[in-house]
Design a protein around this ligand. Structure first.
Ligand code: FES
Ligand SMILES: [Fe+2]
Length: 447
């Protein structure tokens, strides 16, 4: 069930009209403000592409379910008694009532709170109270009485994606080389298992969903947007030589936004097919290193080396990629076991759900660090995300004025293209341009 109306009074824009909104170095403000464009994004991007919906560890047992979103749809990711995963619409087929109001549950069936129609976890209608009062034509097996089910559901090593399109590229083809970071996310667990724990932060901002992705690999903004927390950390004269996991980590996280432009420029940006991108060299360049020499890190390295051998463990820990965007809705930071899931609500409204994972077989302190990192970066009280969200809202407010129609995205246009990738120096806006290439592909494709 859509959380926001997706009806538009305006006719859907045609392919030529959409194509005219994106030029190599600029984009038209309508891409952020226009209701008809947003509706088309929900249909052609969030209604067709592979969308991350849940992690397998959120539904480990038969009859587990987790409430999530697929585009504007309120859906349940379920594991049926045979262990198969389904993504079903959280909406009764009788009178439309929302079936499940909790975030997670274990239930043998889904019982509607209104008249108790009962569905299996695969969405099929199982029983209707006072069945004999229904007409003879009422056929329980009629698929139209079952819950709507996403036609394609697939997972990559536990990361579950769904697509509302009956056909299209396989999940692994869609992910391309982004499978590397998902592999690394899991390989960092000494026992090879990661579990999502501790719930999720829910953040909402009054701005377009694309603003979040454009910001994630934007290295020109931290020195300005995050100046206050950088300065607070610089002025903090306390000695964190004994790096306990909490205060020390908060301190270095704030400081890391204080790179000079030259330092940001020395990082690499990588743009991949389908709008995916990431920033590399972020950890090895500076102070935000997860591979510190302290008792927790040493205990973790020892556990990983014991499980994988010294060389393999070193290779796993050496992967240095920050803010990996699996366009259009997943952001991954493997070093601190973090993900963000971006959920559009309206042209000017977006929800971000941020969560972290436990590395199986790692010292408890590693999970505490993940929670701490999440809290510092992505909680409603974060000194970092709050600044970004304020900027997104200022952008959205500014775009409501149409006197200047175009937004510039030309920084670092001298990109090196090769091997299916686009590479550029750290201050480039190549991730934004790559996202718009994918956006155009989807938005101008024949319905
Ligand atoms: S609305 Fe669900 S049983 Fe009536
Ligand atoms: Fe930021």
């Amino acid at each position: 069930m859509p959380l926001a109306s997706n009806s538009s009074a305006q006719p859907a824009p045609g392919a030529a009209e959409i194509a005219a909104l994106v030029e190599p170095t600029r984009v038209h403000r309508r891409a952020y403000t226009d209701r008809a464009i947003f509706d088309l994004e929900m249909e052609r991007i969030f209604g067709r592409a592979w969308i991350f919906v849940a992690h397998a560890s959120q539904i480990p047992q038969p009859n587990d379910l987790v409430r999530t979103r697929l585009g504007l749809h309120d859906v349940l990711a379920t594991r049926d008694p045979e262990g198969l995963v389904h993504v079903v619409l959280n909406r009764c087929t009788h009178r439309g009532t929302t079936l499940c109001s909790v975030e997670r549950a274990n239930a043998a069936s889904l019982v509607c709170p209104y008249h108790a129609w009962t569905f299996g976890l695969d969405g099929t209608l199982r029983s209707v109270p006072h069945r004999k009062s229904m007409p003879a034509s009422f056929d329980m097996a009629d698929p139209r009485l079952s819950l709507f089910r996403a036609p394609r559901v697939a997972d990559y090593r536990g990361f579950i994606f769904a697509s509302l399109a009956g056909d299209g590229p396989a999940l692994e083809d869609f992910l391309g080389d982004m499978t590397d970071v998902l592999d690394n996310f899991i390989d960092r667990a000494p026992n090879g298992e990661v579990t999502q724990e501790g719930g999720a932060f829910r953040l909402e901002y009054r701005g377009n969903w694309k603003l979040h992705h454009e910001n994630a690999n934007d290295t020109m903004h931290p020195g300005f947007v995050h100046e206050s927390s950088v300065n607070a950390a610089r002025e903090d004269g306390r000695d964190y030589a004994e790096p306990v996991y909490d205060e020390h980590q908060a301190h270095v996280q704030m400081l890391s936004n204080g790179f000079s432009v030259r330092e940001w420029q020395s990082l690499g940006l990588q743009g991949l097919a389908n709008g995916h991108s990431y920033m590399d060299g972020f950890y090895t360049k500076g102070i935000l290193s997860p591979d510190r020499d302290d008792p927790i890190s040493r205990g973790y390295r020892d556990a990983l080396e014991a499980a994988r051998g010294r060389e393999a463990a070193a290779g796993i820990l050496a992967m240095d990629r920050f803010n990996n965007l699996v366009w259009p809705n997943l952001n991954i930071n493997a070093q601190y076991q973090q993900i963000r899931v971006v959920q559009p609500v309206a042209p000017d409204r977006t929800i971000v759900r941020a969560m972290c994972f436990r590395l199986g077989g790692a010292p408890e302190g590693m999970f505490h660090r993940a929670v701490r990192f999440l809290t510092n970066l992505s909680s409603p009280a974060s000194m970092i995300f709050a600044d970004d969200a304020e900027i997104f809202e200022k952008v959205q407010a500014g775009l409501s004025d149409g006197r200047r129609e175009w937004l510039d995205q030309s920084r670092g246009i001298d990109e090196a293209v090769g091997n299916g990738r686009i590479a550029s120096a750290g201050t480039s806006e190549l991730p934004i341009r790559g996202q718009y290439r994918a956006w155009l592909d989807h938005m101008t494709a024949a319905p």
